[in-house]
Ligand binder design. Structure first.
Ligand code: MSP
Length: 658
C-alpha cells in the first residue's frame, strides 16, 4: 500500500544571527510532529530554510564590510549547526538565494503579471527599514513605526502590486467556513475582524530602492519584494516552476504550515490569495504558535537577555532543551522560560521520574536475574492499571499529536512513567526477592516494568532524540521492530531474555542553586557584552555622521535650493524675544513669510531693504503659530556674534546661489 504523505514546514528564517531558544521553538515543534508522523508510517517531507533577500540584510552585510552572499553564507552555516545540534530532521533546507528558487519565483511573478493579478502603479508610504515594512500614515504611532517604534521615512516609488483585493471574498469565506484551515481558532476572528473585513488592499510586491533581491524578469530595475519571494518557498522547494515538479505533485498541498503568531496574517491571507491566483490547492492548515519569552520579557540580543541554545545543550543535553520546549509551552499561547523552571523540570521529570525508573529497574534485573529480563509468570490485580495505561498510551498520544497538543502528549507519557514508579513501591520487589514464591512473582513485576520502559522509550523517540536509544541499549533491545510504533499498540512484546546493561545514569541530578548561579553569571556577561556592542555601534554611527557632515557629494549639495531674497517687511514676533518675522521677495510674485531667530542682533528696521540668502526648499514649519516658508542664512562665531549672509553687490531677487 502506498504511504500517505505529510508535508510540514517552518517559516524560512531571516539570517539575522540572533539565535536564541525562542528561534528554535518552531523547528523543534515541527521536528516532533514530523518524527511522529514518520514513525506512524507517513511519507514525511519536512521543510525549513532561510529568507535571504531585502534591504535590511544588505545593510547589515555592508556594515560588516562583507559581500552580502558571503555574509549570509556564514550566518546560514551557524543556523545549520544549530539545527544539527538540536537534531532537527528536516528533509530540505531551502535558501531564497538558491538558483532554482529564484528562477521559479520569476516564473510565478510573470505568470501573475500576465494574468493581470500583478500590475504596475505608484507606491507611497512610510517605510521602516529595520522591519522592512511600509505603513500608512494612520498606522504610525506618534509618527513612528508601530512595530518597533523607530523613525520611518516617506517613500514614493513606482511598484508592482498584487491584486489582493480581488480575493477578499474568497479569503473571507475560507477563514469563515474551513474551520481547520487557521488554528488555533482564536486566530480566525483576529484575522477576520482586524484585516479581512475592514477590506484587503492590493499589496506592493516590488521595490526599486534596493537591489538585493530577485529581479522582476521583464523590468529588472525592480526587485521582487519579500512576500512573493518568501512565501513561494513552500512550493519552489518541491520543484514547482522547475523541470522536475514530481515532489510538488507528491507533497503539495502542505499539511501544516507552522509559524509564530506575528506572521499568521501573511500565511492565512496573502499566501492563500497567491495560491488562488496561481490556481493551486491551498494548504490544509496554518498554525500560529505563541512566543517563548524569557522571564516574561521578549528575548532580544540587544537587551542581552537571550537564552543561548548552544550553552543549554552543552551543559544540560539536547533532550533537556527539547523536552522543555515541547512540554512547558502551552501550545498556541505564549510560554515562559526561566532557568529555574528549566532546571527543575530536568531534575523532576527527566532525572527523577524517567532516569530513576530506568536505573532502578535495570539494577534490579541485574541483581535478581543476572541481568536477563525474566519472562512474566504470576499475574496480580495490581498489574492491571499499569498495563491498561501502557496499552492506552499510543492511542491517546496520537490523538493529542493530531490536535498538535504536544505538551498533553508528553504529559500522557510521563503519567505512565510515574505510574510505573508507583508500581515499584506497590510491589516492593526487594521484599519479593527474599522468598521463593516472591521470586516467581518478581519475574512478572520486572518484566512489566521493563516492557513499560520500552514502550515509553519507543513513543518518546519523536520528542527526545538521544535518551530513547540509550534506554534501548540499557534494556538490550536492538531489534528495529521493538523500537517501532507497531510494537506499542499492545503491551507484552517479547523482551524477556534480553540482557540489560545498567550503565550510567540517563540524567545526573543537577544542583539547582549552583547552576542558577552559573546561568545568572552567563546572563550578566551577555548583558555586559550587549551594552558594549550597543555603545560601539553608537560611536560608529556618530563617527559616520561626522564623516557625513564633512563630506557630501555634489548631488547632496544640489538638493539644497538657495536663492537671493530682499526683505520687504519685518516685525517682531509677539511674546518671542528671539524671533523676527520677515516678508522676503524671492522673485516669486508674492513674498514669502520667514521667521528667523535673529531679533537679538537686528532690529526690524535694519532688516528692511537688506538682500539675504534664503534656503527655499526647506519644509515649512510653524513657529509661534506663523508658518515659516524658508530659512535665512547667517554666520555665527563662538563669541556670540551673528551676521547675515548677503550678496557682495545687489542682484535680482530670486537669483540662484550656486
Ligand atoms: N522570514 C520570516 C518568515 C517568512 S516565511 C515565508 C520570519 N523569519 S524569523 O526568523 O523572524 O522567524 C522565524 C520563526 O521563528 C517564526 O516562526 C517566528 O515566530 C519564530 N520565532 C522567533 N522568535 C521567537 C520566540 N521568541 N518564540 C517563538 N517563536 C519565535 O518571520
Amino acid at each position: 500500500m502506498e504511504k500517505k504523505k505529510f508535508y510540514i514546514t517552518t517559516p524560512i528564517y531571516y539570517p539575522s544571527g540572533k539565535w536564541h531558544i525562542g528561534t528554535c521553538y518552531t523547528t523543534i515543534i515541527c521536528d516532533a510532529l514530523a518524527r511522529y508522523k514518520r514513525m506512524q508510517g507517513y511519507d514525511v517531507f519536512y521543510l525549513t530554510g532561510t529568507d535571504e533577500h531585502g534591504q535590511k540584510i544588505q545593510k547589515v552585510a555592508a556594515a560588516a564590510n562583507t559581500e552580502v552572499k558571503t555574509y549570509i553564507d556564514g550566518v546560514v552555516g551557524e543556523l545549520k549547526k544549530l539545527w544539527k545540534l538540536l537534531d532537527i530532521s528536516y528533509d530540505k533546507f531551502i535558501r531564497t538565494t538558491d538558483e532554482e528558487h529564484m528562477q521559479a519565483v520569476q516564473k510565478i511573478f510573470t505568470k501573475l503579471y500576465e494574468k493581470g493579478d500583478i500590475y504596475k502603479s505608484q507606491y507611497e508610504g512610510w517605510y521602516c527599514t529595520p522591519c522592512e515594512a511600509f505603513w500608512t500614515k494612520t498606522q504610525l504611532v506618534d509618527g513612528k513605526c508601530p512595530d518597533c517604534g523607530r523613525p520611518v521615512e516617506l517613500m514614493k516609488e513606482e511598484s508592482y502590486f498584487f491584486r489582493l483585493s480581488k480575493y477578499q471574498d474568497r479569503i473571507q469565506k475560507l477563514i469563515e467556513e474551513d474551520k481547520e484551515f487557521l488554528q488555533p481558532t482564536t486566530r480566525q476572528n483576529e484575522m477576520l475582524n482586524n484585516f479581512i473585513k475592514p477590506g484587503l488592499q492590493d499589496l506592493c510586491v516590488s521595490r526599486t530602492s534596493f537591489d538585493w533581491g530577485i529581479k522582476v524578469p521583464f523590468d529588472p530595475k525592480h526587485v521582487i519584494y519579500v512576500w512573493i519571494d518568501a512565501l513561494t518557498n513552500y512550493i519552489t522547494a518541491l520543484g514547482y516552476g522547475s523541470d522536475d515538479d514530481s515532489k510538488f505533485k507528491r507533497y503539495w498541498p502542505a499539511d501544516i504550515h507552522m509559524m509564530g503568531k506575528e506572521i499568521i496574517r501573511f500565511h492565512s491571507i496573502i499566501w492563500p490569495a497567491i495560491l488562488m491566483a496561481l490556481d493551486l490547492p491551498l494548504p490544509k492548515k496554518v498554525y500560529g504558535h505563541g512566543w517563548l519569552m524569557f522571564n516574561n520579557d521578549k528575548m532580544s540580543k540587544s537587551k542581552g537577555n537571550i537564552v543561548d541554545p548552544f550553552i543549554l545543550c552543552e551543559r544540560y543535553g539536547v533532550d533537556a532543551l527539547r523536552y522543555y520546549m515541547l512540554r512547558e509551552v502551552p501550545f498556541g499561547q505564549d510560554g515562559n522560560f526561566t532557568n529555574e523552571i528549566f532546571l527543575k523540570r530536568r531534575n523532576s521529570d527527566l532525572a527523577n521520574d524517567l532516569g530513576n525508573l530506568v536505573s532502578r529497574v535495570t539494577a534490579m534485573v541485574a541483581q535478581y536475574f543476572d541481568g536477563v529480563i525474566p519472562a512474566p509468570d504470576k499475574k496480580e490485580a495490581v498489574d492491571d492499571e499499569l498495563i491498561a495505561m501502557a496499552n492506552a498510551m499510543y492511542a491517546s498520544v496520537t490523538e493529542s499529536m493530531d490536535k498538535m497538543y504536544v505538551p498533553e502528549a508528553l504529559d500522557t507519557i510521563f503519567k505512565v512513567i510515574q505510574r510505573a514508579n508507583k508500581y515499584i513501591d506497590e510491589c516492593t520487589p526487594w521484599i519479593l526477592a527474599k522468598s521463593e514464591e516472591g521470586r516467581v512473582r518478581l519475574k512478572t513485576v520486572l518484566y512489566n516494568l521493563c516492557e513499560v520502559i520500552r514502550m515509553a522509550a519507543v513513543i518518546l523517540q519523536p520528542f527526545l532524540t538521544e535518551t530513547p536509544e540509550k534506554i534501548f541499549k540499557k534494556l538490550g533491545v536492538s531489534e528495529e521492530e521493538l523500537k517501532d510504533f507497531k510494537s506499542i499498540e499492545k503491551f507484552g512484546a517479547k523482551i524477556d531474555g534480553h540482557k540489560v546493561d545498567k550503565g550510567e545514569q540517563l540524567f545526573e541530578r543537577i544542583d539547582i542553586q549552583k547552576e542558577l548561579k552559573v546561568m545568572d553569571d552567563i546572563l550578566e556577561e551577555q548583558k555586559k557584552q550587549a551594552q558594549q556592542a550597543q555603545k560601539k555601534a553608537q560611536e560608529k554611527e556618530e563617527k559616520t555622521n561626522v564623516a557625513d557632515i564633512n563630506e557630501i557629494t555634489i548631488d547632496d549639495f544640489a538638493r539644497i535650493q538657495l536663492k537671493v531674497g530682499k526683505v520687504v517687511e519685518c516685525q517682531k514676533v509677539e511674546k518671542a524675544d528671539k524671533l523676527l518675522c520677515s516678508k522676503i521677495d524671492l522673485g516669486e510674485g508674492a513674498p514669502r513669510t520667514i521667521v528667523s531667530g535673529i531679533a537679538k542682533y537686528y532690529t526690524p528696521e535694519e532688516m528692511v531693504g537688506k538682500q539675504v540668502i534664503v534656503v527655499t526648499n526647506l519644509k515649512p514649519v510653524k513657529l509661534r503659530g506663523i508658518e515659516s516658508q524658508g530659512m535665512v542664512l547667517c554666520a555665527s562665531d563662538e563669541n556670540g556674534n551673528l551676521a547675515l549672509v548677503t550678496p557682495e553687490k545687489d542682484i535680482t531677487a530670486g537669483s540662484e546661489v550656486r
